[in-house]
Design a binder for this molecule. Structure first.
Ligand SMILES: NC(=O)c1ccc[n+]([C@@H]2O[C@H](COP(=O)([O-])OP(=O)(O)OC[C@H]3O[C@@H](n4cnc5c(N)ncnc54)[C@H](O)[C@@H]3O)[C@@H](O)[C@H]2O)c1
Length: 324
């Protein structure tokens, strides 16, 4: 069984650690918080517990490291782990700057190690269905994609809404469209804390002519976790707030009848929801990571996808700084 060392058991990291404990041999738990160290020492008596990340890297029996610490620590910790010869799963985003992510990808390639960013939504069965519809040509040519990720809270103080919320939707948009944007513009506003934007609007244009938009906010009355894909034949909506109808396909499209040449009409057909499995995305994501650890990183697709996301985030952050 793969031996994994896990770092960071805060609000989200505890979920990751739980699933790692179910799927692999949880050999080490690391958190700088002493209370959490005591809690986890009692919960996983077989694991070694530490507050010093370097400790778990000295253990030669550890195959892989999972990092779920705050975003500003990701790059340094992932770099140390790769340099120590460990496969790495690191929560999103693995780095705050494109150049830092390039360094991590180069290290992973050089040492033939897995570097997988925590792009959870790519493992969501609902979004897998959307990807299947896009790739299978069911929607016709895709014109645009847009994401809504809004709620009142959680208000973060060490990252803005773009970094905290945008990584999810951005990873999905780049994955669905399979290209990197030629234009990336963001506008936002820091209402609550200086320099930390609570509300961000992003526009992306791709070389193929497709466009995308993201509305990211923790200052909003609606709790929305939605992705809409508009194709020339059909349209599809993924809504993670829905319990059963996570995916809805709309047979709606523009239509130019032969007898009314030059005049566009719209066509509406069936509206249906395909069955979506209820498998836990986090479990599917970590299963994928553990499979890569056993089989090898292959063409480093996950790391390269992560690089495209961080590079685009970098451009959006730069745009945000110049327009805010
Ligand atoms: N995939 C998702 O859906 C999802 C959801 C929420 C958060 N996240 C990501 O997970 C990560 C953690 O988020 P969170 O909400 O759990 O944060 P958090 O602040 O609640 O927890 C972070 C934990 O890391 C510990 N820590 C800090 N520095 C450390 C270090 N150097 N070594 C070891 N431990 C250290 C802290 O003591 C804390 O317990 C972030 O990158 C966040 O973006 C992902």
């Amino acid at each position: 069984m793969t031996r994994v060392a896990h770092a960071g058991v805060g609000g989200w990291g505890r979920n990751v650690a739980r699933v790692v404990g179910e799927l692999a041999d949880l050999a080490w738990i690391c958190d700088t918080d002493e209370e959490l160290q005591a809690q986890y020492a009692a919960r996983y008596p077989q694991a070694r517990v530490t507050g010093v990340f370097g400790d778990l890297l000295t253990d030669d029996t550890v195959d892989a490291v999972v990092i779920a610490t705050p975003v500003p620590t990701h790059h340094a910790l992932a770099k140390q782990a790769l340099e120590a010869g460990k496969h790495v799963f690191v929560e999103k985003p693995p780095a705050m700057r494109g150049a830092e992510m390039e360094e991590l990808v180069a290290l992973a390639e050089q040492h033939d190690l897995v570097l997988m960013p925590g792009h959870l939504l790519l493992y969501h069965p609902g979004l897998r269905k959307v990807k299947e519809l896009v790739d299978g040509g069911e929607l016709g040519e895709v014109a645009c994609v847009y994401g809504n990720r809004q709620n009142l809270g959680v208000i973060r103080s060490n990252e803005n809404a773009l970094l905290s919320l945008g990584v999810h939707d951005l990873s999905v948009i780049l994955w669905l469209l399979g290209e990197e944007p030629s234009e990336a513009v963001a506008h936002g506003m820091d209402y609550l804390q200086d320099g930390i934007e609570d509300v961000v609007f992003c526009f992306l244009r791709f070389p193929s002519g497709k466009v995308a938009h993201m509305h990211l906010s923790w200052l909003d009355p609606h709790k929305m976790r939605k992705m809409t894909v508009v194709g020339r034949e059909k349209m599809v909506v993924f809504d993670d707030m829905e319990l059963e109808r996570k995916v809805t396909v709309y047979e709606k499209a523009p239509w130019e009848p032969a007898e009314t040449y030059g005049e566009w009409r719209t066509r509406t057909g069936d509206i249906y929801s395909p069955k979506i499995s209820t498998d836990e995305p986090l479990k599917l994501e970590l299963q994928h990571f553990l499979r890569l650890v056993v089989d090898g990183p292959g063409d480093h697709r996950e790391a390269r996808d992560g690089l495209a996301v961080v590079r685009t985030l970098d451009r959006l952050s730069e745009s945000l700084r110049s327009t805010s």
